[in-house]
Write a protein that binds this ligand. Structure first.
Ligand code: BEZ
Length: 385
């Protein structure tokens, strides 16, 4: 009898030991690995994995097992792609994505399945606005943040009128809404809002409209491959010399080599920049460059890196047990992230409260030249947490 009890205790102890030796945290990347945002997805994954590597390949003592889905920046496939990770692979944590339209569906799937989601880019305002939820965190920005800050800068530069031009989907609409709000609050006027479908890059007729209208400035949201083409077309149309082009910083992040001379001198606003001169950024850049010698660190890599830092904070609080969701999420919500962009905390809605830098393209750098908005919090309109 006594022997049986001892055997049972031993077996249970061994079982526990085996389970903890084999324990892994399953992380599902839902990112674009093809199309106009492919490079952005790659940089996010690089940044995330860099942080994990810096911790010796484990977070809170657990191995990390990765699962990947290429979301193609296609909202029509988003629910199916999310369910591949949630239902088929049964991941503990979702990390995604870049495109706001895809992220809206991903956030819904995360909420419905009670899966923790860290958004390492997509800025869709609604996700940390009316759709905010305890399952969803963001290490990036809302589309409103850089746009609003640039609206204020445009006013300070003395511009009275502006035209906005962007893709017709959530990110473009919300970035230009943010610009309009910041600009018009101070007396400016957005006289025309031009849009074309995502991810189209046939800008000619719209550039002709801008030339005819002659606003004081143009504000734009484009990113990735589309941003490269837009900046070149703007310069080729001769507009660069007459009508200043302003942008959310995605216009020139990760794109400068391809944009070349056309980008020189452009002003943009973003939560990351070259020349920040803080020890965390210096260490991050040195490590990133050593690990990925052919790729320059950019905002997307920082957002991926910080997604891993946020996850580490949550996992540390539950000693690596990702099934303790409430405690893990509580720790993530209260986290202070020592980011290469500068330290930040999350708002109640789960979005970074952060400085928005004013940057100028100088050579291959988005050089910081000031702070356009200090500790800017998204208004999180409609969030009821
Ligand atoms: C977005 O869709 O939210 C987005 C895409 C690329 C860069 C920034 C934002």
């Amino acid at each position: 009898m006594q022997k049986t009890i001892i055997n049972t205790i031993l077996a249970a102890a061994l079982g526990v030991a085996c389970a903890s030796a084999n324990a892994t945290v399953k992380v599902g990347f839902m990112l674009p690995y093809s199309g106009t945002y492919a490079k952005l997805g790659e940089a996010i994954e690089n940044g995330f994995k860099l942080y994990v590597a810096e911790q010796g390949g484990k977070l809170a003592g657990q191995d990390i097992e990765y699962f990947k889905v290429d979301d193609e920046s296609d909202p029509s496939k988003a629910t199916e792609n999310a369910n591949r990770l949630i239902k088929r692979d049964q991941v503990d944590i979702l990390v995604g994505t870049v495109h706001s339209g895809v992220a809206l569906a991903l956030a819904k799937a995360a909420k419905e399945s009670d899966t923790t989601l860290i958004i390492p880019n997509a800025g869709a305002d609604a996700i940390t606005g009316p759709l905010c939820s305890k399952e969803v965190f963001r290490t990036s920005f809302t589309n409103w943040q850089p746009g609003y800050a640039m609206g204020q800068v445009a006013h300070e530069k003395g511009y009275k009128t502006a035209i906005t031009i962007t893709w017709n989907y959530a990110a473009g609409k919300e970035a230009t809404d943010g610009f309009k709000e910041g600009f018009e609050k101070l007396g400016g006027k957005v006289v025309k809002r031009l849009m074309l479908p995502f991810p189209k890059v046939e800008f000619q007729s719209l550039l002709t409209e801008i030339a005819a209208e002659k606003p004081d400035a143009v504000f734009t949201f484009f990113a990735g491959g589309g941003a490269v083409k837009f900046v070149k077309d703007y310069a080729d149309a001769g507009l660069g010399k007459t009508i200043p082009l302003l942008g959310s910083g995605f216009l020139t992040d990760g794109t400068l080599e391809a944009q070349g001379a056309a980008a020189q001198g452009l002003l943009t606003t973003l939560h990351y920049a070259d020349g920040l001169d803080n020890p965390k950024d210096k260490a991050f850049r040195a490590d990133y460059t050593k690990t990925y010698p052919d790729i320059a660190p950019d905002v997307y890599a920082v957002q991926g890196y910080d997604a891993a830092q946020l996850l580490a904070t949550g996992l540390n609080a539950v000693k690596g047990d990702a099934s303790k969701k409430d405690a893990m999420r509580g720790a993530m919500q209260g986290a202070t992230i020592d980011s290469p962009r500068g330290t930040f905390k999350l708002s109640k809605a789960g979005n970074p409260i952060q400085d928005i830098y004013l940057r100028e393209v100088q050579g291959l750098k988005n050089q910081v030249i000031g702070v356009a908005a200090k500790a800017l919090a998204d208004p999180a309109r409609g969030c009821k947490l």
